[in-house]
Design a protein around this ligand. Structure first.
Ligand code: FAD
Length: 399
């Protein structure tokens, strides 16, 4: 454990690693230290997601999400091509299954166009020709959506960072610290580190670290577990594209989608239920402090009150596989209960404001020598490289 460093980065997910690489490329001789509490990088959100390189269809024009996602698609493909990480540009169909969804689909199409994203509207017949196993009343085709294993991307980033002289301290949890006039002190389970500047990319623990370093924040991380199933017994050509439902604007997440995987096969998911632990991947994993943090937060109850129907629907589908199946059968009727096999879950770190609103955009907070990544939900894996660049800009601009 070094006693001093120029830059300390907490969190070895894709955002922390992309930030480390960006700082290193600007300051090749600086000492840069990344601290990760787990024995390996990318064990949480980065290693447990849908693996979709999002094109940028959904995000509010002008938002950081829209900006970084558009840049992130190209940056992710370039990084993967340069370092031999396989990607597939399989494209995505967003399928409507009734009149109401067709209307919402038109709104989504306008949004994609406002974001400068390639999008094509398909009739039911055209969608059926493209995907014979999918039933719809119409669809949007996003040809620039792709897939990758973000865990592999993060591992490669870690390799490059260490090969260029960066330090990664594994099994090192940052427990707190404080800002001094000229530096930041980080307390860890292994000792104390003094850094010129610090960046915190702690995902599911972002609020705790931000608060303990004195950042002025008005949100809490609420962990939403997303369960997936692997699809078995179906042909390899079940679908050629990723298949997404039209998102319901009343619900915070994109809905259960059918995703092609880089190593073959398909998954469906993720659902969205309150997780009993911030890093609890099983249905019955509980952590008293994590659960209390959600249940004592007025923002959580306000969110629940506004979304009671969808919360009940998600919870029921999480407990009853037959209800989960219905969400998939809406657009892929040939999938049956026997086809759904267990698959690893993920937990989303979602910042929720005190008034119960989901904080939709990426959010950052700065203190004198530190920058905290407060909200980096999907598409932050797609957007990690431009997010890293933005963080480095902010940190270095601050002196
Ligand atoms: C179910 C699901 C599906 C998703 N699908 C997609 C998708 O298809 N496409 C997409 O672009 N995005 C997707 N996302 C979002 C994406 O995975 C995340 O936005 C991204 O991985 C965030 O990266 P991160 O580095 O901020 O967080 P993480 O990957 O969670 O990394 C945070 C790291 O910080 C470490 N840490 C935390 N506290 C401490 C501490 N005190 N000391 C030391 N280390 C600490 C953790 O151990 C962890 O390794 C999905 C997310 C989920 C959960």
């Amino acid at each position: 454990m070094p006693q001093t460093t120029d830059f300390a980065i907490t969190g070895g997910g894709i955002v922390g690693l992309a930030t480390a690489l960006d700082l290193q490329s600007r300051h090749p001789t600086a000492r840069i230290t990344l601290l990760e509490k787990e024995p390996r990088p990318a064990l949480h959100q980065t290693g447990r997601n849908s693996g979709v390189i999002h094109a940028g269809v959904y995000y509010a024009p002008g938002s950081l999400k829209a900006r970084f996602c558009a840049l992130g698609v190209q940056a992710s493909h370039d990084f993967c091509a340069e370092h031999g990480i396989p990607t597939q540009n399989c494209g995505k169909l967003i399928v409507a299954t009734n009149e109401a969804e067709l209307t919402r689909m038109a709104t989504l199409e306008s949004r994609a166009r406002a974001n400068g994203i390639k999008i094509e509207r398909l009739s039911a017949k055209e969608a059926q020709t493209l995907e014979p196993n999918i039933s719809s009343t119409g669809a949007l085709l996003s040809p620039t959506t792709g897939i990758v294993d973000f865990g592999l991307v993060a591992q490669k980033m870690a390799e490059i960072f260490t090969s260029r002289g960066g330090d990664i301290l594994l099994n090192t949890r940052v427990t707190g610290g404080n800002e001094a006039p000229q530096s930041v002190t980080l307390h860890t389970g292994q000792g104390t580190l003094s850094a010129g500047k610090a960046v915190f990319c702690a995902g599911l623990h972002a609020d705790r670290l931000a608060r303990s370093f004195g950042a002025d924040i008005a949100f809490r991380i609420i962990p939403f577990r997303g369960d997936y199933f692997a699809i078995k017994n179906q042909p390899d050509d079940l679908v050629q594209h990723l298949i997404y439902p039209v998102p319901d604007p009343e619900r915070p997440f994109l809905g259960v989608h059918l995703t092609r995987k880089m190593n073959g096969g398909f998954t469906v998911g993720p659902s969205a239920v309150l997780a009993g632990a911030r890093e609890g991947y099983g249905k019955f994993n509980l952590n008293a402090a994590d659960l209390a943090s959600a249940l004592t937060y007025p923002g959580f109850w306000k969110l629940l009150a506004k979304n009671a129907a969808s919360a009940v629907d998600e919870l029921s589908a999480s407990l009853l596989k037959s209800l989960y199946l219905k969400k998939v059968q809406k657009y892929c009727p040939r999938i049956t209960l026997d086809d759904l096999a267990p698959y690893k879950s993920g937990v989303r770190a979602q910042a929720v404001a005190e008034n119960g609103k989901i904080i939709d955009d990426f959010l950052f907070a700065q203190t004198r020598h530190s920058l905290h990544v407060c909200n980096a939900p999907s598409p932050a894996a797609t957007s990690a490289i431009p997010i890293g660049r933005y963080i480095a800009d902010q940190l270095l601009d601050a002196g």
